[in-house]
Design a protein around this ligand. Structure first.
Ligand SMILES: *Cc1c(COP(=O)(O)O)cnc(C)c1O
Length: 421
């Protein structure tokens, strides 16, 4: 192939395949011009709330999913270390040689915590959504999916052979209308489709909570399978951190546990490790073991990874009141400080606190300036959020101190005033 020399200062030199490589390069340059280019910065956590970069500069971190700070709890770290005596890798898929005692133990503990019959671990929350949605929702079926669902749900619906109907965010009358339309067209064509409703429990970008009671009522009335993704809910909402079902039980006294067919979650957020899970009736779990390709064709998680999640879950069970009250108190403090200063904070009650900035480059500049002050907060830009809704997305942890929260709020408020002048 012809070699083409690039401009002398380009990092993409020695082009071998000009047609493709120039196209990619142009797309990257376009992203950069629009303030949308993504790059990876290295970080090392020295505690649950503090990290250093390659130069040893220390940062206070307000952007992790590590809501309870359990990644650095001595018992979780010890569990990880202990389990490494069974080997550093799992050696195979769960269906071959990768089925460790630790995985089974964790599955049982999740089932007990979530009050479900059975649980299956996947390698990530992302893979869980792919693996569950595409295996269960088949040709002629219909998936009804909230407009703001996580990318992994969207991708699951895309690889599934079912049709997909997107309902407006948390708009249950829109959902019901879409279902009624499908029933009509089913009657005309004599199809027998299964219907699925899929929603985040806590939405990852806005931090708001799904209208579970209404979703459950609709699922019941129209015989839909209800799937809730608890990634940002487990360990975060409900008085014992059990998630969306518990949140509504605390609030309304009504137990919706039986109405949710499948709870999906991750081990990578409040549970301080990596991996994903799906929890529900045995028949679903047995089916997934046999039919879900991301489960079947990928090497299982290592004993250490699973043991850390299990230790974090045990700690959560033992200390839920303390952890959740710290998390809620810190959330309220941060939200109040920012609201009192008049910032454009998306209202809510979860520790995901979005501050809407608007243009992507301004959000970027904001987070870069905070970085200079030693504070790490992610700026979230399209395609993760709609155009002109770019934002800072703060997440507060149970292990942040009052001083850390006050300092960070003060710096954000100062910069808000400067950048909006
Ligand atoms: C983070 C997240 C996932 C993905 O989980 P990973 O374990 O990080 O792959 C899935 N769904 C939602 C709603 C999430 O926020």
């Amino acid at each position: 192939m012809n070699k083409e020399k690039n401009s002398p200062n380009s990092k993409y030199d020695d082009i071998m395949n000009p047609l493709l490589e120039n196209k990619l390069k142009e797309e990257l340059e376009e992203l950069e011009r629009n303030g949308l280019l993504r790059t990876v910065d290295d970080l090392r956590f020295i505690s649950s709330t503090k990290a250093i970069d390659n130069d040893g500069k220390e940062f206070l971190v307000f952007g992790t999913n590590n809501y309870l700070g359990l990644t650095h709890h001595p018992k979780v770290m010890e569990a990880s270390e202990d389990a490494s005596k069974y080997g550093t890798g799992s050696t195979g898929s769960r269906l071959t040689t990768g089925a460790s005692f630790e995985a089974r133990e964790l599955e049982n503990n999740i089932s007990e915590f979530k009050n479900t019959e059975s649980t299956l671990i996947f390698n990530t929350g992302y893979m869980t959504n792919l693996g569950v949605i595409y295996a269960l929702a088949q040709e002629n079926d219909v998936i009804f999916s909230d407009q703001l669902n996580h990318a992994s749900i969207i991708d699951g619906t895309r690889i599934s052979k079912a049709s997909v109907r997107i309902y407006k965010h948390k708009d249950t009358s829109d959902l019901e209308n879409l279902i009624k339309k499908e029933i009509e067209s089913n009657n005309e064509s004599n199809n027998k489709s299964n219907f699925f409703i899929v929603s985040d429990g806590v939405f990852s970008m806005d931090g708001d909570i799904a209208p579970l009671p209404e979703l459950a009522k609709i699922a019941d009335e129209y015989n839909c399978t209800l799937i809730i993704d608890e990634a940002h809910a487990t360990g975060v909402i409900g008085k014992n951190g059990k998630g969306t079902v518990e949140y509504y039980k605390d609030k309304t006294g009504i137990d919706l546990n039986e109405s949710v067919d499948l709870q999906i979650g991750t081990l990578s957020k409040a549970l301080a490790s990596e991996g994903g899970y799906v929890s529900g009736k045995q028949v679903y779990i047995d089916y997934l073991i046999n039919k879900s390709r991301p489960f079947i064709f990928s090497t299982a998680l290592s004993p250490s990874t699973i043991a850390s999640a299990n230790a974090a879950l045990s700690l959560l069970k033992e200390n839920s009141e303390e952890y959740l009250s710290n998390l809620n108190e810190n959330t309220r403090l941060m939200r109040n400080l920012l609201n009192d200063a008049g910032l454009n904070v998306v209202e809510g009650e979860t520790p995901i606190i979005p501050i809407i900035i608007g243009p992507a480059d301004l959000a970027n500049r904001f987070s870069k300036k905070l970085e200079k002050e030693g504070i790490l907060v992610s700026s979230i830009r399209p395609p993760s959020v709609p155009k002109d809704m770019s934002r800072l997305r703060l997440t507060v942890m149970a292990t942040h101190t009052r001083e850390e929260i006050e300092y960070t709020a003060q710096k954000i408020i100062e910069l808000w005033d400067v950048l909006n002048r």
